[in-house]
Design a protein around this ligand. Structure first.
Ligand SMILES: Nc1nc2c(c(=O)[nH]1)N[C@H]1C(S)=C(S)[C@@H](COP(=O)(O)OP(=O)(O)OC[C@H]3O[C@@H](n4cnc5c(N)ncnc54)[C@H](O)[C@@H]3O)O[C@H]1N2
Ligand code: MOO
Length: 476
């Protein structure tokens, strides 16, 4: 695995954090945990480098995950750590809140002074000044006095409660008000007299020091995945950095001389490169920092040089295309150390996995057909990314759903992943419904873009009766 030392400076324009807890995956994935058989690893396989036999989905997934372990922890700036797993227990250094403070804009008072206050017979107090949030000093409130105080400002010595400004005349002498005038416009509001129309109990509208967290308490334990509230808490505790497992850096390369960048005219025989965008987005969605390198032409030397150039910033390299049996299958040609294999799945039959370069960076070669590459990413690359992050869930969730339309035919001996639309169960149902979207063709990008699930048809099932239940991989 490559060093993470250069991580902070390596992020090119295409990098961006994505996001989610837990260690190494269990056996709940779409195929993982089944019979594993011997001699199937990508290394030291010798003669068993089986180009002819079909690997199961589980075998390929196991082979990839068996060669991965969570990345070493590093210290990251808070926002860089979003979605990462904390590897330290974080204790509260100073109580939260750090001082007694007001929860309302109003007046800090002594409760005895206003105990008998009513609208008809208000308590009249002398205003001794303003205490704004951030005030370093607060004047002491003596009997018969009040300090005008803002939300979050420290409770002054002598005061026992805060009365909201709405319970007072705001110092204007004309009955209850709804707000204070801005200090910049009416500076005299910080002095004079205020009428208070209601009593308050001791501690009312006061947030006592330490009521949120006491110093020395455990704030977040190791293993927590850092979402927005956890990052907010760390910031509130004064932490600028935190020790986490970093996001894996995923380099995405597409291959094919027919590929043209979006924004350019495609021209005869050419198509736009969609896989590198789709896979980069999927890598970010899985929680990785993804670098989209874009399309490399079908030239083995160029691809080899490009891959080697990218290795220093990669925890995983993902390629699309060039892994089948054609005369221009450039990934196969350029990456001799990768084990290329056929999987008993559709789409996604041709696949490759191995490790590259001195740091033995994991290299996952996906097929070029756009649906094949995406489905393969979800089944193999996403779990790899989540494993490197040391966080679960490693796999997309799988649920049972009823398929009212059924599936007319599915290839025997291949696990089929059809695109579908999943509707979760309503209040009175146990299972949701799933409907196939588009056909089985691995070039049907439009249908994929309108699906939210994959319908799993097992290897030995050649049709699914209308109304039968199926496994469904949820993609969102
Ligand atoms: N004789 C055989 N031919 C094929 C077999 C086979 O077993 N025997 N397998 C088929 C299957 S299944 C697949 S999947 C594909 C995989 O081929 P490659 O991984 O080598 O992919 P390419 O040939 O480079 O491309 C396939 C297809 O996808 C389009 N493509 C590729 N990259 C992109 C991209 N970045 N963006 C959009 N579209 C892309 C490409 O133009 C081709 O149409 O092989 C079958 N053939
Ligand atoms: O198996 Mo390929 O990936 O169907 O089109």
């Amino acid at each position: 695995m490559s060093s993470t030392a250069a991580r902070a400076t390596d992020q090119g324009p295409d990098h961006e954090p994505g996001s989610g807890p837990g260690p190494r995956p269990g056996s709940s994935g779409p195929g993982r945990g089944e019979d594993r058989g011997g001699g199937r690893g990508s290394e030291g396989r010798g003669e068993s480098r089986g180009a002819d036999r079909f690997w199961t989905v589980a075998e390929h997934l196991d082979d990839i995950l068996d060669h991965l372990h969570p990345l070493d922890p590093i210290e990251l700036q808070l926002l860089e750590a979003q979605g990462c797993v904390l590897v330290e227990d974080v204790t509260v250094p100073t109580a939260l809140p750090p001082f007694d403070n007001s929860s309302m804009d109003g007046y800090a008072v002594r409760t005895a002074d206003i105990a008998a206050a009513t609208e008809d017979y208000p308590a009249v107090l002398t205003v001794i000044g303003d205490i704004a949030a951030g005030s370093e000093t607060a004047p002491a409130v003596a009997p018969g006095e009040a300090a005008r105080i803002m939300t979050g400002a420290p409770l002054p010595p002598g005061a026992q409660a805060v009365v909201p400004v709405e319970w007072t005349d705001g110092g204007l002498g004309r009955g209850p008000v709804t707000a204070m005038p801005a200090h910049s416009e009416v500076p005299e509001g910080a002095s004079g007299r205020v009428r208070v129309y209601r009593p308050a109990t001791t501690g009312q509208h006061v947030r006592p020091r330490g009521c949120d967290a006491r110093a020395g308490e455990l704030a977040l334990s190791a293993g927590t995945v850092l979402g927005a509230p956890q990052i907010g808490l760390l910031a509130a505790l004064g932490r600028a950095t935190v020790r986490v497992r970093p996001r894996p850096r995923v380099v995405v390369l597409s291959t094919g001389s027919e590929l043209v960048q979006p924004g350019q005219e495609a021209g005869p025989g050419r198509i736009h490169d969609s896989n590198s965008f789709q896979l980069t987005a999927a890598a970010r969605d899985a929680g990785a920092i993804a670098f989209r390198v874009g399309a490399v032409a079908d030239d083995a030397g160029t691809l080899r040089a490009t891959v080697e150039d990218q290795l220093s910033r990669a925890d995983i390299v993902v390629t699309s295309g060039g892994v089948s049996v054609g005369a221009y299958d450039v990934v196969k040609e350029a990456m001799r150390e990768i084990d290329f294999r056929k999987l008993a799945m559709q789409p996604g039959k041709p696949q490759g996995f191995g490790r590259v370069g001195p740091d033995r960076v994991p290299f996952i070669a996906l097929p070029g057909n756009p649906v094949s590459s995406y489905v393969s990413f979800e089944l193999f690359v996403r779990p790899a990314i989540r494993t490197l992050m040391g966080t679960g869930p490693v796999h997309r969730p799988i649920v049972r759903a009823r398929c009212p339309e059924g599936v007319a035919s599915s290839p025997r001996g291949r696990r089929q992943f059809l695109r579908g639309w999943y509707d979760p169960p309503g209040m009175d149902a146990d299972t949701g419904l799933v409907t196939p979207v588009g056909g089985a063709g691995s070039h049907l990008i439009t249908a994929l873009a309108h699906a939210n699930a994959l319908i799993v048809v097992p290897e030995e099932t050649t049709e699914v009766a209308a109304g039968a239940e199926v496994d469904v991989v949820l993609l969102t």
